[in-house]
Design a protein around this ligand. Structure first.
Ligand code: AP5
Length: 246
């Protein structure tokens, strides 16, 4: 039985159908990739993810974005996550593992995925590897966005975001054409509640204590590529492309 939310293809403009068809044809020639992007807050994971996603036809799963959507919608998960997020602490492993387990099964992840902000603890990494083992797959590459803490405060406090697309701007390093407005849609940009110098301190502390061991965990499996994340965005993109094409 057709669900009430089913879309009638006849209602979709031909140009949209053709664009999607061309995208799928291009994607069918791309190799599958299962990637993890790991790095401290402001290291550029969210900036590089959309480029990698388009290049390799992957889905982009950012646990921070998913959690913020749950907080905004006041779902039971969002209510549980909010307090930790506001303080710059990590939310519990069980909550995020559940979100990812569900998300990687989506059709848009068929060619693989970019995990941005997950796993953030060794427990999360072990659970992820168990999930993938059940599917007969594994992580192909972990991109380590290596950068000095001193650079991050300016990046974080100058960041502006277009919430519905995830597009990221920076007042100094990547300004929008019109201040406070998204280049593509003309909609207003926002700043994240946790993007303050004070909360950044806790976020960095959590990164060094709980997330850095994940880099060693995957280092032992021989899948980590180290990037110079302090370079300008285009140079980081070039490094990423080099690593992923090798
Ligand atoms: P999350 O949303 O994942 O935040 P984060 O890891 O702190 O990372 P950010 O999004 O801040 O940084 P980014 O590396 O994407 O930087 P961006 O590219 O935007 O997590 C938020 C919270 O959710 C956590 O604190 C935690 O509470 C919870 N959470 C999420 N996942 C969890 C998990 N797995 N387990 C438990 N809790 C979890 O760049 C920053 C700025 O710099 C931008 O303005 C950009 O334009 C600019 N920029 C980027 N690259 C460059 C460059 N190369 N040169 C100059 N400027 C640049």
């Amino acid at each position: 039985m057709a669900s009430s939310s089913a879309v009638d293809l006849a209602d979709i403009p031909s140009v949209d159908l053709m664009t999607e068809l061309l995208r799928r044809m291009k994607c069918s020639t791309k190799p599958d990739k299962r990637l993890i992007l790991i790095g401290p807050p402001g290291s550029g994971k969210g900036t590089q993810s959309p480029i990698i996603k388009d290049d390799y036809c992957l889905c982009h799963l950012a646990t921070g974005d998913m959690l913020r959507a749950s907080v905004a919608a006041k779902t039971p998960l969002g209510i549980k996550a909010k307090e930790a997020m506001d303080k710059g602490e990590l939310v519990s492993d069980d909550l995020v593992v559940g979100i990812i387990d569900e998300a990687i099964k989506k059709p848009s992840c068929q060619k693989g995925f970019i995990l941005d902000g997950f796993p953030r603890t060794v427990v999360q990494a072990e659970k992820l590897d168990e999930m993938l083992e059940k599917q007969g797959t594994k992580i192909d590459k972990v991109l380590n966005f290596a950068i000095d803490d001193a650079i991050l405060e300016e990046r974080i406090t100058g960041r502006w975001i277009h919430p519905s697309s995830g597009r990221t701007y920076h007042t100094k390093f990547a300004p929008p054409k019109v201040p406070g407005v998204d280049d593509v849609t003309g909609e207003p940009l926002i700043q994240r509640k946790d993007d303050t110098a004070a909360v950044l301190k806790s976020r960095l502390e959590a990164f060094h204590r709980q997330t850095e061991p994940v880099i060693d965990y995957y280092g032992k499996k021989g899948v980590v590529a180290h990037l110079h994340a302090d370079k300008p965005p285009k140079e980081v993109t070039n490094e990423v492309q080099k690593v992923l094409s090798s």
